[in-house]
Design a protein around this ligand. Sequence first.
Ligand code: PMT
Length: 422
Amino acid sequence: MLKPRHADSLARCFLENFPPPRPTMNSLSNKRILLGISGGIAAYKCAELTRMLIKAGATVQVVMTKAATEFITPLTMQALSGNRVHVELLDPEAEAAMSHIELARWADLILVAPATADFIARIANARADDLLSTLILASNAPIAVAPAMNQAMWANAGTQANVKQLEQRGCKLFGPAEGEQACGDVGPGRMLEPEQLVQECASLFKPGILSGLHLLITAGPTREALDPVRFISNHSSGKMAYALASEAVAAGAKVTLISGPVALATPERVTKIDVITAQDMLDACLQHYQGCDIFIGVAAVADYRPENISSEKIKKSEASLQIKLVKNPDIISEIAARDNPPFMVGFAAETSNILDFGREKLRQKNLDLLFANNATDTFNSDSIAATAIHPSGEVELGEGNKNHVARQMLKLISELLVQTRA
Ligand code: PMT
């Protein structure tokens, strides 16, 4: 068993706490916010609110009450959120796509902004007479309301009793602010500004170690066609890459997964791009690597492809068959050679001299980090034992389930990235 060679940066990764806290807005990275708009003049601020939530990394679905559509159009909210806006409780089109129950399950947070006195009264009384109130009843997600009303309506004992009841049920109250109101009155009842609402939403979630970061991960095997029915490939199942993708999302990252053909379900919240050949994978990587913070090459890319692909099924005629192979592009090296590449992480599955070959690949491909592993044990297995090789040291990661080891790998990557950027 290899011992850590340097008690320096790499070893510290496993001993120290990770990484310095990032700005809170990052805790919205990957979060699903259902924005409920009820019918008040402050509804116009929802355009900016949606834009800011998306900028902070959240995905936004908008549900409007009928009254809200008098103040801001569903079309505006659709254009800004990038998603169809939901208004009707009984909507055959929505039922076919995302029903109220699916929306209720989808949300990490339901934010009602603006929340009118009437809407607060309705949810305080557990009404379910429109889509938004029904959703709130049907959801286990945290609920937050941003009241917006005339100061006298806010001060009214009935409204205060309703708000108290909501708070007692765990509903968060964002605001209201004091100041001049649309009706000319001055006092409490103004909806918080979009920026304050975004901060309030962010404060409800803990930032993960990868919050605010974008990862590009290659996965699975590639297939290189010989003829219409045959190809050259390998035994990569995609399990390691998919485990990294789902753990990275859980740690707050945005993940793009460029995947060869595998039989795995796409992890939630991951954007997957399907490819077949090494050239397809390279094209997809070149199209998506810009703006990424971390590139992880887990794919077992075919190093060679047949020089010619027969358009007809190759017939069994001769005693032997010779197929000329030509070299495929080296995807990870191509990305590493670009200007301002992401933090580059490779994998190497070897059958002998695992560490020596791993070190050589780290150097040759100009990578920041590489996980060397035993090809015989890792392909299509649920577990992996890998050694992290970095220009300044090596650390052995104990054998474990691929999700467990993926968490260790991501922890290490996030620490090294912080050091690199320091
Ligand atoms: O998919 P699983 O069944 O879970 O198995 C996981 C795994 C064994 C595939 C994974 O742990 C692994 O080790 N992946 C790398 C496989 C390999 O041996 O790669 P390589 O030594 O050919 O390449 C080294 C690095 O260069 C890798 O990051 C690879 O993605 C990249 N590469 C290689 C060739 C090429 N043409 N382009 C590349 O980008």
